[in-house]
Design a binder for this molecule. Sequence first.
Ligand SMILES: Nc1nc2c(ncn2[C@@H]2O[C@H](COP(=O)(O)OP(=O)(O)OP(=O)(O)O)[C@@H](O)[C@H]2O)c(=O)[nH]1
Ligand SMILES: [Mg+2]
Length: 321
Amino acid sequence: MVDSHWSFVISPLVFPTPNSPLPNLLNMAITNNYKLNLIQWYPGHIAKAEKNLKEQLKLVDVVLEVRDARIPLATNHPQMGEWVGNKTRILVVNRLDMITPEVRSIWTNWFKSQGEVPYFTNAQHGQGVNAIAKAAQAAGVELNQRRRDRGMLPRPVRAVVIGFPNVGKSALINRLLGKRVVESAARPGVTRNLRWVRISDELQLLDAPGVIPSRLENQAAALKLAICDDIGQASYDNQLVASALVDFLNEIHITENNLLPESPLQLRYNFESTSYTGESYLEALAEHRYQGDVERTARQLLTDFRKGLLGPVPLELPPNA
Ligand SMILES: Nc1nc2c(ncn2[C@@H]2O[C@H](COP(=O)(O)OP(=O)(O)OP(=O)(O)O)[C@@H](O)[C@H]2O)c(=O)[nH]1
Ligand SMILES: [Mg+2]
């Protein structure tokens, strides 16, 4: 379905040539080789939700900020500080099953070095989810102490779940409740309206539609969002995004060989990737496996990555890791 409120721009692109050297740094690969100004996505329902969110925030004690463990930096929303204000913030890094324990511990150390405590979760299967409820309820204890001191009756702590589309916010709420109360599905833009859900006598959660900056300034981050299916498909070109995925995977395999000793593309398709640029790999793989159909190859690659069939592969590591 095409939403008429979606705004997207696809500009002419310059792809890396087959003979160009492999990029050295992820972001350099993007800015130098892709010459991008292509991905913009800000559907009408998000603009509306942000307005409603501002209203509801007045009622909220705790913000559960949800990020995607494969791209914890690209899913860091620039307005989060503003929304949190002086409320308690709990940093949830979801999709823990999609990275290795080693990568998780690298991120944990990095967040700690930044003075933050990340709560890693798997909202699909439930790992780490109870710790989130506990952390939110702990904020409620303080809240109710203050209320009692002022002669007021205690009330449940109210927490809002905020993050980019498709990171697993609604899945987290369903897991916390142990049943499916809000819609959750494998595409961005599933939750359209804000909705309060009573988890227990102590905790109420507000499910919110995924939010995204009105303009995606950082196109390397935008590509990662597209690769992870965190922005609407109508806003990007599959072949461009799949090419970028190949470049990211090659880059991590080459520069972080201890973390990714085998090329996930070689393992999945039995077709060597590191002597190719992203674009030329797509073409060669299309010839090798998909009767030369590059678009089908691009879609397959993206689907396989999103389903975890390329293995637990991060697209980002902390700066200076
Ligand atoms: N593998 C894996 N999948 C997850 C995890 N958490 C959620 N999912 C899946 O990711 C998809 C998106 O989940 P949602 O809960 O709809 O995401 P959302 O953040 O509410 O998305 P919007 O409402 O569109 O903003 C669903 O198919 C979930 O089952 C996780 O930790 N691991
Ligand atoms: Mg949702």
